[in-house]
Design a protein around this ligand. Sequence first.
Ligand SMILES: C[S@@+](CC[C@H](N)C(=O)[O-])C[C@H]1O[C@@H](n2cnc3c(N)ncnc32)[C@H](O)[C@@H]1O
Length: 243
Amino acid sequence: MISNLQFSFLKTFYQLDVGAPASEYRLSLDKIFDDNFPQKVSGKFVVDFGCGLGGDTKTMAEWGAKLSLGLEIREELVKSNSENIQLSNCAFATTLPNDLVQKADLIISIDAFEHFSHPDQILKIMYDCLRPGGEAYISFGPTWYHPFGGHLFSIFPWAHLIFTEKALIRWRSQFYKDGASKFGEVAGGLNQLSIAQFEDLFNKSGFIVEDLNCKPIRGQRWLQKIVGREFMTSMVLVRLKKP
Ligand SMILES: C[S@@+](CC[C@H](N)C(=O)[O-])C[C@H]1O[C@@H](n2cnc3c(N)ncnc32)[C@H](O)[C@@H]1O
């Protein structure tokens, strides 16, 4: 009943522009992590986990990585990335080749952790990629309690927490015909985890958590201090080390 009413409201007042291009604005790796990131990558075997179109993988190859490998579950992206790349130290694959297991010096993962359906399993795969002493640099967000943590379901701040999943999914199904029936089934996935839940997963992963930094929404550091990191964090930066 409540979901039906909410759906009618959403249908009447909100449209989704499915043709709108995704934002092309993305900070470069040295801006996300630190200015010395190019030096950190140089001469190393680096893995870009969940590389998507492979832009960061290519950048790390250009920065002089010994090998920059983009791992991506979507085969069509691996194929097109591989066809388009012309750098001998850059490659793409769906999984880590057996001869490279436990050899990576560094892993990056950008804008992907809030989408992974089983982030604990991803951490295990990352652990197996790295050599002892190797590090994972992870950046992700917005997480679930951010005003726009529902991604396309956040038609206004925190709308994804106000409306029922049923109403929002039904509203989305007017525009997308992929049959998704839960938040986790939409393209790319959405795991709805809080920062506290992520922190718990990192602490239990076997990695040493060297740093976990919740960057506040721009200009809202003071508000983050008052209402807490879950609601006012734009980006979570995590640095993990394999013992
Ligand atoms: C939101 S995109 C981010 C892409 C890229 N890192 C960027 O910043 O533009 C997350 C990517 O992770 C990929 N992905 C999801 N699960 C994966 C897995 N188990 N192994 C490798 N890639 C995965 C998705 O297909 C998607 O391309």
